[in-house]
Design a binder for this molecule. Structure first.
Ligand SMILES: [Zn+2]
Length: 102
């Protein structure tokens, strides 16, 4: 009795589709973060922002202007902010690490 040769390749399990990572943050920005985005030049941080780290990061811009950067994160919505403070400038600028979704 001869063995029956089969041309069917051995069974290969198909890869399950990878779950799509959720790119959107779970928490929408709170009102104070939205207000800060509308007024990014004020020096006083909103009460909901907590300073991350201790010392400001001091860098130089491409034009040679030194500036310092502080990192904040919101206690309410978790939005991460960077505060840029350039030397000899009246205003600062708040920049969210990712664009706020309204
Ligand atoms: Zn917030």
């Amino acid at each position: 009795m001869a063995d029956i040769q089969s041309d069917v390749p051995p069974f290969q399990p198909t890869m399950p589709p990878a779950p799509a990572p959720s790119a959107t943050p779970a928490t929408p920005p709170c009102e104070r973060c939205l207000a800060l985005a509308d007024d990014p030049r004020r020096r006083e941080p909103p009460a909901c922002l907590a300073l991350r780290g201790t010392a400001p990061v001091v860098r130089q811009s491409a034009a040679g202007v030194p500036y310092s950067m502080l990192s904040f994160s919101c206690r309410d919505c978790g939005t991460a902010w960077r505060l840029y403070d350039r030397a000899n400038e009246l205003f600062v600028s708040w920049v969210p690490e990712r664009p706020l979704e309204r």
